[in-house]
Design a protein around this ligand. Structure first.
Ligand code: NAI
Ligand code: MG
Length: 486
């Protein structure tokens, strides 16, 4: 787990410059495919976070960004999008190494990140208000002003995608951002900050302060100088940061993951459904907020679908992310152990491990944090493996009998992020989609290649507020009403 070569230190980005931590502290960044340290990153302290927030406040105050002609702001965002695309051959391998995800998934993430900037670049000059008819002698109108300093705490599972998902709409709205990447995978968020500066973003408008959650994360969430907080991560930490923000009356967007069902009917196109179901759980080794981690399958099709899934799993190549396997490692030893614990719980609860269930036997993978693609069959809705987010390549398979059953089981979750429905019967699909309690419903597909354009967010404990699409602008703007009597 150690290395003898001297490593460069990746510094923080504050006020347009690269700076070390105020106390000189750093943390190690691991390659989860090998367990080796591959770089060292400055570890932001409370004082560093404070400087970053102050620099964002100064950028808001100076109107260097929010006061720029909107079309010009849009042009800079387009330049960022293009610069991300131009750097894809550097960014994708870096993301793959830092997070462990297969290279082609990292390539997709980079393209999606570019797409966020492109989408919101086009919106920068179209953030409009309304006129409200009060009658003769009045002119009443609204304008949408930038909300101010947006604090963004992101996880390690899709650093560049989730980073771009929050930063791009905030910048389009004219906000300044302080971005706190996760300690497990901070590298591409730093690159994003560099790219933005090189593309003409004024200093202080995007600060990037990697650091530990309870230190830098808590300092940011509780900072009285922020005006908005976007958080993606665990429910547990979501509750903590929402309380911190509440002390300063700071509104929060919360994206807290899920236990999303893929519901497959016997009449579905089975090849399509199985491919969709497998991708929804095995992409990024199941470490995806919107992972389709429950398969609800109509009993009549159970054996046939399971057989196809088994064949799919057997074909999957496991290996280091940069070698572009079908399944890369888990982010950390800790997360790997969580997954192992859940599989043991599933066994104890009476689920049957139909495939996988442990670390792969290949000795060349022994130093990385690998876990086999795993199918848990015979899962009952009340089992913990059917209710709790495992965040690994583990699919819980639950048979059902009727449409009503499928809806009841589908909704039997504290979460409600995404649901997938697989059927050839449009009436069944429509009935289901109106009754499933989740922020997104997909029919005969799952996800939409990043889904940049589609509002995304949770029902229930999956969170609140919406990211992606035009809807996300609501979080980064505040409405001012102006009423004139003449
Ligand atoms: P986490 O919620 O601890 O980490 C997410 C972010 O919050 C990171 O940037 C972290 O540094 C920060 N953070 C941690 N503690 C903090 C605190 N006290 N104050 C402010 N910020 C803090 O998630 P973790 O530990 O990485 O994963 C645990 C579980 O959370 C996973 O197994 C998974 O179930 C869930 N999760 C969900 C994600 C999603 O996409 N919705 C992403 C990551 C994790
Ligand atoms: Mg944590």
């Amino acid at each position: 787990m150690t290395t003898t070569t001297k490593l460069e230190i990746e510094n923080l980005i504050i006020d347009g410059g690269r700076v070390g931590a105020s106390d000189g502290g750093t943390f190690d960044v691991y390659d989860p495919s090998t367990g080796e340290i591959f770089t060292r990153v400055a570890k932001a302290t409370k004082a560093d976070v404070d400087r970053a927030v102050q620099s964002a406040q100064a950028a808001m105050e100076s109107k260097s960004w929010g006061g720029m002609v909107p079309a010009e702001r849009g042009r800079i965002l387009f330049r960022i999008a293009q610069a991300i695309r131009d750097a894809a051959d550097e960014l994708a391998p870096l993301e793959s190494r830092d997070n462990g995800k297969p290279l082609r998934q990292a390539r997709t993430d980079v393209q999606v990140a570019a797409r966020y900037f492109e989408f919101f670049a086009g919106i920068a000059d179209k953030i409009m208000g309304q006129t409200i008819p009060l009658g003769p002698g009045f002119l009443d109108y609204t304008i949408r002003e930038p909300i101010g300093v947006s604090a963004q705490i992101i996880p390690w599972n899709y650093p560049i995608q989730i980073g771009a998902r929050g930063v791009a709409p905030a910048l389009a709205a004219g906000c300044a951002v302080v971005l706190k990447p996760a300690e497990e995978a901070p590298m591409t968020a730093l690159r994003l900050g560099e790219i933005a500066l090189r593309s003409g973003l004024p200093p202080g408008v995007l600060n990037v302060v990697p650091g530990l959650g309870p230190e830098a994360g808590a300092a940011l969430a509780s900072h009285p100088g922020i005006n908005q907080l976007t958080f993606t991560g665990s429910v547990e930490v979501g509750i903590l940061v929402a309380k911190m923000a509440a002390d300063n009356i700071v509104p929060v967007v919360m994206e807290l993951g899920g236990k999303s069902p893929n519901i497959v009917f016997a009449d579905a196109d089975r090849d399509l459904a199985v491919t969709g179901v497998a991708n929804a759980i095995f992409q990024n080794a199941g470490q995806t907020c919107s992972a389709g981690s429950r398969l609800l399958v109509e009993r009549a099709a159970h054996d046939a679908i399971l057989e196809r899934l088994l064949a799919h799993v057997q074909r999957m190549r496991i290996g280091p992310g940069p070698s572009d396997p079908d399944l890369g490692p888990i982010i950390s030893k800790k997360q790997l152990e969580t997954i192992e614990r859940y599989v043991a719980i599933g066994r104890d609860e009476g689920a049957r491990v139909a495939a996988g269930g442990g670390r792969p036997p290949d000795p060349s993978l022994g130093r990385g944090f690998f876990f086999e693609p795993t199918l848990l069959d015979g899962v009952a809705p009340e089992m913990r493996v059917a209710r709790e987010e495992i965040f690994g390549p583990v699919l819980a398979i639950i048979p059902f009998d009727t449409v009503e059953d499928a809806i009841q089981i589908g909704n039997r979750s504290d979460y409600g992020l995404v649901a997938g429905i697989w059927t050839r019967d449009i009436n069944k699909a429509m009935a289901m989609s109106s009754r499933l309690k989740s922020g997104q419903v997909y029919v005969n597909t799952y996800g939409a290649g990043g889904g940049v354009e589609l509002p995304f967010g949770g029902y229930k404990k999956s969170g609140y507020g919406r990211e992606k699409g035009l809807e996300s602008l609501a979080s980064y703007t505040q409405v001012k009403n102006v009423c004139i009597k003449f």
